[in-house]
Design a protein around this ligand. Structure first.
Ligand SMILES: Nc1nc2c(ncn2[C@@H]2O[C@H](COP(=O)(O)OP(=O)(O)OP(=O)(O)O)[C@@H](O)[C@H]2O)c(=O)[nH]1
Length: 327
């Protein structure tokens, strides 16, 4: 996942301590001008290199970040603020390099006492630059901590998103069709686990995503963060399986469930096919609901594979498989 490998972000104070103590050590090995210059270069390099590394460890939000992850990240942190912080830190890295070079020249052109004064002044100005980006580094560090636990979704694999009211059997369905491994992920802003399952059809790997807390209630009951996460899902979904429970066991009347279906259909738009699947067929006779595409019973293992086939057909993914004899 795109934010997974981000290293911990150092704090400004930590970097300053590290830079100046390395500088002191480098200075002790030398005498006179050389000692001052060596201290200056060491401190400057430690600061500018570490700052640059902070920035380059992030993907470029303008290029490398898939819209799904961009929107999801933006649900959790303020991506504009984060990008601003990253450019401030890059600015600071350059600024410190400039100070290093400017004062190296000054040190070389002065007597030893003045050289020491110049070096001290350079350190003070570097510390000043570090002060200016203290908040930026903290924002980057906090963002990193929150984003690195985002669920690992493959933005290049076809994805089926499962929606429907609580207790209709969504997670039972996902569990049933999913290989045991690599199933659970978490959104940092919900207490519930998001399930991301995988299954294979015709040598293609599909993802199936259960979204508790997101697509299991009406839009007006979602907070801003959840709405944003839903719009991230809109980028991801190649098909939606909307599960209803006509038995009423779930506690929601059928008409209420169908209202949510229309809302979800509208959210995802005409480009994303939506299948309505009536679950718990062992608990009801006939579906009175309109435009139900299939019935199934996950617990009785009735029709589950057929539903999956329908979902795969709805996705309509055509892999570029090599053909034999150039067919
Ligand atoms: N009788 C019957 N019960 C089912 C069926 N499928 C699921 N259930 C039961 O319905 C209950 C809810 O199932 P879940 O899979 O947790 O439902 P969910 O939609 O994921 O619910 P949330 O996690 O709350 O969003 C569980 O007790 C399941 O065992 C079915 O086909 N028939």
């Amino acid at each position: 996942m795109i934010f997974e490998g981000l290293p911990t972000t150092p704090r400004a104070e930590e970097l300053v301590d590290k830079a100046f103590s390395r500088a002191a050590r480098a200075g002790r090995a030398k005498r006179g001008h050389e000692a001052q210059e060596s201290m200056l270069r060491t401190a400057g390099n430690v600061l500018s290199d570490n700052l640059e590394n902070v920035v380059t460890s992030w993907p470029d939000f303008g290029f490398d970040v898939d819209p799904f992850y961009y929107e999801l990240a933006d649900a959790i942190v303020d991506v504009d603020r984060l990008r601003q912080a990253l450019s401030q830190v890059m600015w600071a890295s350059r600024q410190i390099e400039d100070l290093r070079d400017e004062y190296t020249t000054k040190i070389r052109n002065s007597d030893v006492d003045t050289a020491r004064k110049h070096r001290k002044q350079a350190f003070a100005r570097m510390a000043d630059v570090m002060d200016q980006i203290e908040d930026d580094l903290r924002y980057i560090g906090d963002s990193r901590d929150q984003l690195k636990v985002l669920p690992d979704v493959k933005t290049d694999e076809p994805a089926i998103v499962v929606a429907g009211y609580p207790n209709v059997g969504k997670s039972s369905f996902v569990n049933r069709v999913t290989r045991a491994s690599n199933r659970i992920a978490e959104y940092p802003f919900t207490t519930k686990d998001v399930q991301i399952g995988h299954f294979d059809r015709n040598h293609v790997r599909y993802q199936i995503v259960d979204t508790p807390g997101l697509l299991d209630r009406p839009e007006d009951e979602r907070n801003d963060i959840e709405r944003q996460a839903v719009s991230a899902l809109e980028h991801l979904a190649d098909a939606v399986v909307f599960v209803i429970d006509p038995s009423g066991d779930c506690g929601y009347p059928l008409d209420v469930q169908l209202e949510l279906r229309e809302e979800v259909r509208e959210l995802f738009g005409a480009d994303v096919p939506l299948l309505t699947v009536a679950n718990k067929h062992d608990r009801f006779e006939a579906v009175k609901a309109e435009s139900v595409d299939a019935t199934m019973s996950v617990t009785e293992d009735e029709n589950v594979e057929d539903v999956l086939d329908m979902a795969v057909d709805a996705v309509g993914y055509e892999p570029d498989l090599p053909t034999r004899d150039g067919e």
